[in-house]
Design a protein around this ligand. Structure first.
Ligand SMILES: [Mn+2]
Length: 313
């Protein structure tokens, strides 16, 4: 069951991802049913829940407030002196907490019906509730995060539940999350570097640069993928930020960074997790943009389809 979460309150750069699920749904009509990774997968039935309009409008409203707020603090102004901005910040943080609770409740309900659940963003902050619900159901698990960013910032721009803080919050609030393996990171700050170094290997990061260097020197992607997977425990959640891929696959994603992967390299990695005997317990697919053409959602729909088929294969 796909749970769309139309939310993008804290995005930093390009907006649009709150409306991605609708576009992906339309593009999905062009995806052929046959997938060699799961030839009969579709017979098990994949469904997308209806997009919650109230949540989308809440995101739209708070996004406007966040734009004014980000504009204000980016001029270096003092937050404490502006009561209006303090109130905006409080409303945004409360709204994000509401969204997390909503995703948690929706996810719990679906998991109780024995459904496999994937969150379709929205920005990267949308998946915390699903990870919490999975921790309650499965106990300890690991996360494979495909992403150009670490998302390990504490309270980025004073937003408790910023898209740039999703993994910081997940590690902080979900003790069952024993291992985070990041792949493709190529934009990060000192705070995040220090977090990784002092995590006692709870966080392992495969930087884009180092993966590419190993490939340039003749190592195979199979070799590196096998090594990545060894770090993961038995139960694995996949957090797929589309900006982990080369931008040609996601021209309108919110925070693009040069570099990244081919979509088939990431599908191969996820399939290998399954083939290793590990259990895929859920996923999110986030930060897909909306542009003049349907290219972003076309790619998104296909990746979503492949993820679903690997999950049930
Ligand atoms: Mn991300």
């Amino acid at each position: 069951m796909i749970l769309p979460v139309p939310w993008e309150v804290t995005v930093s750069y390009g907006a649009g991802t709150s409306r991605a699920a609708d576009h992906i749904f339309k593009s999905s009509l062009q995806v052929d049913i046959l997938d060699v990774d799961g030839v009969t997968g579709w017979k098990q039935g994949f469904f997308m829940k209806e997009i919650d309009k109230k949540l989308l409008f809440k995101s739209d409203y708070l996004r406007k407030e966040a734009e004014l707020y980000i504009d204000y603090i980016s001029q270096g102004a003092e937050l404490e002196q502006n009561k209006f901005m303090c109130k905006s910040l409080k409303e945004i943080n409360e709204g994000s907490a509401f969204m997390n609770k909503w995703v948690h409740e929706q996810s719990k309900e679906l998991l109780n019906k024995q459904k496999l659940v994937g969150v379709l963003g929205g920005d990267h902050s949308t998946s915390l509730g699903l990870m919490k619900a999975l921790a309650e159901k499965h106990g300890s698990f690991g996360v494979l995060q495909i992403d150009a960013h670490c998302d390990l910032r504490a309270k980025y721009e004073n937003f408790t539940y910023s898209h740039a803080s999703i993994m910081y919050n997940a590690l902080n609030e979900i003790p069952e999350l024993t291992k985070l393996v990041q792949v493709g990171v190529r934009d990060y700050c000192e705070e995040e570097w220090n977090y990784i170094c002092s995590s006692n290997f709870r966080v392992i990061t495969y930087f884009d640069k180092l993966i590419k260097e190993r490939l340039f020197e003749g190592q195979t992607w199979k070799h590196i993928a096998d090594e990545i997977i060894i770090n993961l425990p038995q139960k694995v959640y996949v957090s797929f930020d589309i900006d982990g891929l080369d931008r040609k696959y996601c021209p309108n994603t919110g925070t693009p960074v040069a570099g990244g992967f081919e979509s088939e390299e990431m599908i191969y990695l996820i399939r290998k997790i399954k083939e290793s005997g590990r259990e895929l317990i859920g996923f999110d697919l986030v930060e897909i943009g909306v542009g003049q053409t349907d290219w972003d959602s076309n790619v998104g729909a296909r990746i979503l389809w492949r993820l679903c088929n690997i999950m049930v294969s």
